[in-house]
Design a protein around this ligand. Structure first.
Ligand code: ADP
Ligand code: ZN
Length: 205
């Protein structure tokens, strides 16, 4: 199954995608993770996008589409994938449509107040890419791999506000785009992680 998870920053896309990838046995393709990996390894791309990510702006469609297209063309994506963080603009959605055919787009619906609360308590593991909320942590070490957790630079207040604006203007129109194509399903995302995940599984059945 070829799945896109859609939703505002902090809606839980990454958390649910990680579970789905195990449950469904298809790869999790996260553009955010790919970009952060490049930052960490200080690749050419990483140097080019560092400032963009820190501000919470979008990487150019041209760069992003090329990366995703290349990733989805690999063998492990033949039987399906979970796309998390892509597409984020109409240009990206149209590009994706031109080279692949999706089965379903799940829009995770969460109100902005919840999002701001979640992101402001979010901690990130630079080693295993896990994301955790302070309310579930007892120290600043990663419960999965033991590395020291950090606050992503784009989780700081200014950047969060900017990311929500970018979402409103550039990403939200994708809801209608996919509704018109009959691909859209909506899953409520403002309950507990378990409840939200169950909502996603329900719409995928
Ligand atoms: P979140 O979903 O929490 O906003 P992501 O990990 O998906 O975070 O993305 C982090 C950052 O990577 C974004 O703020 C943006 O700068 C960049 N990015 C990720 N996906 C895309 C995309 N499809 N197009 C452009 N930029 C992207
Ligand atoms: Zn970790």
């Amino acid at each position: 199954m070829k799945i896109v998870l859609l939703g505002a920053p902090g809606c839980g896309k990454g958390t649910h995608a990680q579970r789905l990838t195990t449950e469904l046995g298809i790869p999790h393709v996260s553009t955010g993770d790919i970009f952060r990996q490049n930052l960490k390894e200080q690749t050419e791309l990483g140097k080019q996008i560092a400032g963009i990510l820190a501000k919470g702006d979008l990487v150019s469609d041209e760069i992003t589409v090329a990366i995703v297209r290349d990733r989805l063309s690999r063998d492990d994506c033949k039987n399906g994938y979970i796309l998390d963080g892509f597409p984020r603009s109409l240009v990206q959605a149209e590009a994706l449509e031109s080279f692949d055919k999706l089965d379903v787009v799940v829009n995770i619906d969460v109100d902005y107040d919840t999002i701001i609360k979640r992101i402001s308590g979010r901690r990130f593991c630079p080693k295993c890419s896990g994301t955790f909320h302070v309310s579930h942590l007892t120290s600043d070490t990663c419960p999965v791999c033991g590395d020291t957790l950090i606050i992503r630079s784009d989780d700081r207040e200014e950047a969060v506000r900017n990311r929500l604006e970018v979402y409103e203007s550039t990403t939200k129109p994708l809801i209608d785009f996919y509704r018109q194509r009959g691909l859209l399903k909506t899953a409520k995302g403002d309950g507990t992680v378990e409840e939200n995940y169950a909502n996603i599984l329900k719409v995928l059945k």
